[in-house]
Design a protein around this ligand. Sequence first.
Ligand code: GLN
Length: 545
Amino acid sequence: MAQKGKTQFIFVMGGVVSSLGKGIASASLGLLLKKQGLNVTLLKLDPYLNVDPGTMNPFQHGEVYVTDDGAETDLDLGHYERYLDQALGRDNNVTAGQIYDSILTKERRGDFLGRTVQVIPHVTGEIKNRIMRLVERDPELDVVITEVGGTVGDIEGLPFLEAIRQFPFDQGRDNILYIHLTLVPWIEAAGEIKTKPTQHSVNKLREIGIQPSILLCRTQRPLDDEVKDKIGLFCNVTPEEVIEARDVESIYEVPLRLHAQGLDRQVMEQLGRVYQEPDLSSWEEMVRGMLSAPEPLEIGVVGKYVNHHDSYKSIIEAFIHAGQVNGARVKIRWVDSEAITDANVEERLVGLDGILVPGGFGVRGVEGKISAVRHARENKIPFLGICLGLQAAVIEYARNKSGMPEADSTEFNPQTPAPVICLMEEQKGLSQMGGTMRLGSYPCELAQGSLASRCYGEDLIKERHRHRYEVNNQYREKLEAAGLKLSGLSPNGELVEMVELSDHPFFVASQFHPELKSRPGRPHPLFRELVAAARKHARAKVEAK
Ligand code: GLN
């Protein structure tokens, strides 16, 4: 039986190939255990040597997910927060870079007292400490689910697997559970499902000393009893411990499918806890709404990383959440901002019901974003600008409405005579790139009666930031005089956090990233209202025909 008051640990590893959806599987298990009444948190271990993904190119790494406490983390933390509906933080993502950084700092300080510093026990010890830190911070935790990034067999993952192999010794065998996510492919030519890759991958784990007690098998086809028996026989698990994880239309179906396969029951029993039938009805209803929303809408996302959808993960999810409550199915048209000019913007954005200009860095593609803003403003198409999207909106307004044709951000043109967007004072002279932006949650006051405050239904909000540049206060008056409303300010009035237009059905932009706080069933207000406005726009188009 589970010892009262003792935290238990579940480790989720992946084998055969990457991209099997370990993050979503882990997040789904988190949700299912929360539904069992447990106090759960999730941790992602990333074996790469970057200290965090903040300095990585979105083309390589995908979205950088920012937490309330300002950590730049792996995009899986976004899934964790969305499924658990819990804010996570800096301690929930650990990279090999952080582990080595801390060990080397200690070594230089002389903390090792002359000893040789080694992978075992020092690196593994530091990894274990970082997992246990979550328990130190919250001794009430029932379960910590740790997802190990990468694929079993990767050289860089070995110290992490060795550290978690030691957990039964440290924490007691009954408090540890290993889950392995594998692929069971369908081979067209043979007309058969193949279990061999799973067998090999489990073998690989066993070589390291870890015997998984639950296998999650990603598959396109159902796994029949015969296949489950075979996997069980070769991998030392019972057929009930072989859980089918079939491809689904929406990632939000995953917890429901895993529950139907008995994952939560297996986990509770193996942890020596009492399983109760959970109430998943509201989640079920929400998923049904997502899949059956009647009204199709098309919203354009005008960005630079449009061929790498992982770079906009939270935006994609926020549209799914917002679509569901609006009874709309949002189709995203990915528009490459580098290919947009004033001459072709009309043609590229034709027929859209809404336009979103997301965040980004560097000059490439910025002019295309500015053209897209102008198109949305002039044609009264619902518009949401996020971070660089707000900066593009301010530049566009300055150039075309406030008589400053050369307005720009000093990020793109340091010599501009009208730097309407400029570096924040504390950002000047910084040479260190990692972790030095304005990061994390900050309060913002909304102007009474503004569109922003109507969306939120409140006047003081807290949102997450990740940027270096800001609206230049010297140009506030000029912009306002021309009709740009500064509808959100930092409480001391120093920083412009939101802008909007009154003579437009829906035109709003934020310096922060609203997508990071959108949740299934509880969409972010700005996304919810953008989709509502897009729906009105679409209906008006139909009526006008
Ligand atoms: N590049 C801009 C800045 O640093 C915008 C950043 C973003 O969109 N996240 O301020």
